[in-house]
Design a protein around this ligand. Sequence first.
Ligand SMILES: Nc1ncnc2c1ncn2[C@@H]1O[C@H](COP(=O)(O)OP(=O)(O)OP(=O)(O)O)[C@@H](O)[C@H]1O
Ligand SMILES: [Mg+2]
Length: 333
Amino acid sequence: MSRQDLVIRDLVVEYQSGPNTVRPIDGLSVEVPAGNLTLLLGPSGCGKSTLLSCLGSILEPTAGSITLGGVETTGLDRAGLVDHRRNRVGIVFQSFNLVESLSALENVALPMRSAGKKRKEADARARQLLVDVGLEERMGHRPGELSGGQQQRVAIARALALDPPLILADEPTAHLDYVQVEEILRLLRRLADEGRTIVISTHDERILPLADQVIEMQPKFAAGFDGEGEPVEKLVDKGTALFEQGDAPDLIYVIEEGSFEVVRTDPSGESVVLATLGSGDCVGEMGPLFGLPRSATVRALDAGRVIGHSPKSFREQLGVDTLNAVIAGRRTP
Ligand SMILES: Nc1ncnc2c1ncn2[C@@H]1O[C@H](COP(=O)(O)OP(=O)(O)OP(=O)(O)O)[C@@H](O)[C@H]1O
Ligand SMILES: [Mg+2]
């Protein structure tokens, strides 16, 4: 493994979502020297996974450049991209992404086999990597037979398979208890101390003391947030979400037709219906007004029609009193 510095310059990522443009990353410049562990910290929807996808060359940014070890990864041709993804970056995904039907050993050997290494050589290295992450006793187990922390360690071992200089980890402690978190943190710190360049996304503040550098990311909003946009009419099919919990906020909605349910899912995955709303009700005001991610999902129970307002247009058309009533939770002012 060679030491390679990471340089991000003026990075911009835009997504088109319906009539709105979401720009979760807007002019980000950061340097991560080799041997340095950098944390991306911020609430859901602020663009952490988006940035990691760009660093892993899974997503092409809208503008700006990313350079690893002096090579610009944003301008690579197909062959260059394949080489970058395979040999220069190891990614630990938010949901582990292990193959359920394969043992821990086979999962870790997989990238080496795909890169054309002989089975014996791949297995030997996979075995060593699993020993390194403390899983010597669990090599033959499938992901379903491993705890969250053990699966996370298999995913880290797999990311290290081809010994890449850059390691990206998306929420590596999300599903772990504090004992497992400690193991993963030690492991990630060791990888950095060995000279790798490490970027980790998290909203887990327990990871903070581990970092050499913290990049605080703020949620960004759709164009409508500036208050420039005219009200827009949206037709929503039965069963379709108007917006999902965790989304970056864009508009405040007034329901014209149909009924909608407001559903919140807690961290354990349990969903609760908070309200059922109908014609004349307003929904989704807190996010756009206060810059918060959506705190619940709003789904159409039958075919619906809504008018989406920016906070400014909402205020202008429906009045400050209406706005205040809605904020106070009286949804039909
Ligand atoms: N493929 C896509 N199309 C449209 N919008 C997208 C897409 N992927 C992400 N977004 C939006 O971009 C913003 C940033 O998303 P991202 O997944 O990077 O956030 P995050 O910080 O990783 O959130 P979390 O902590 O929930 O994982 C969000 O508003 C999201 O809705
Ligand atoms: Mg994410």
